[in-house]
Design a protein around this ligand. Structure first.
Ligand SMILES: [Zn+2]
Ligand SMILES: [Zn+2]
Ligand SMILES: [Zn+2]
Length: 121
């Protein structure tokens, strides 16, 4: 099962939501699929993306990724036309500084607009 979901993620060009996974594996129950994604996330195989659409999406991490601020975190692009969320892994999130006493654990930077497929540019 895990291998199948992993394969599905590698073949998907854009970030997938739990319902995308469900639709692809109709015979499996939701809990199993959800747990598998969570396990992947804990192991650093995928990262969760909050693209502002209130649906969590998941995308594969690059090799050697630890989802660390300053090293691995990249921009995400959310297309308002086709709703696809894409990892822009070459575009790292710049160093974020927070005031003394604040501890940053996660940074989520989503750019919204029209993706390359929709813009036709
Ligand atoms: Zn990662
Ligand atoms: Zn699009
Ligand atoms: Zn990403």
């Amino acid at each position: 099962m895990r291998m199948l979901i992993y394969k599905f993620l590698t073949e998907s060009e854009v970030a997938v939501s739990l319902s995308d996974v469900e639709n692809n594996f109709e015979k499996s129950d939701r809990t199993t699929l959800y747990r598998t994604l969570k396990t992947f996330e804990e192991k650093g195989i995928v990262h969760q993306i909050d693209d502002g659409s209130s649906i969590s999406k998941y995308a594969l991490c690059q090799q050697g990724c630890h989802c660390e601020i300053e090293h691995d975190l990249h921009l995400h692009f959310h297309c308002t036309n086709c709703t696809a969320t894409t990892c822009l892994t070459d575009y790292k999130i710049p160093k974020i500084t927070v005031p003394n006493g604040f501890v940053a654990e996660n940074v989520n930077l989503v750019v919204k607009g029209i993706c390359d497929k929709c813009s036709g540019l």
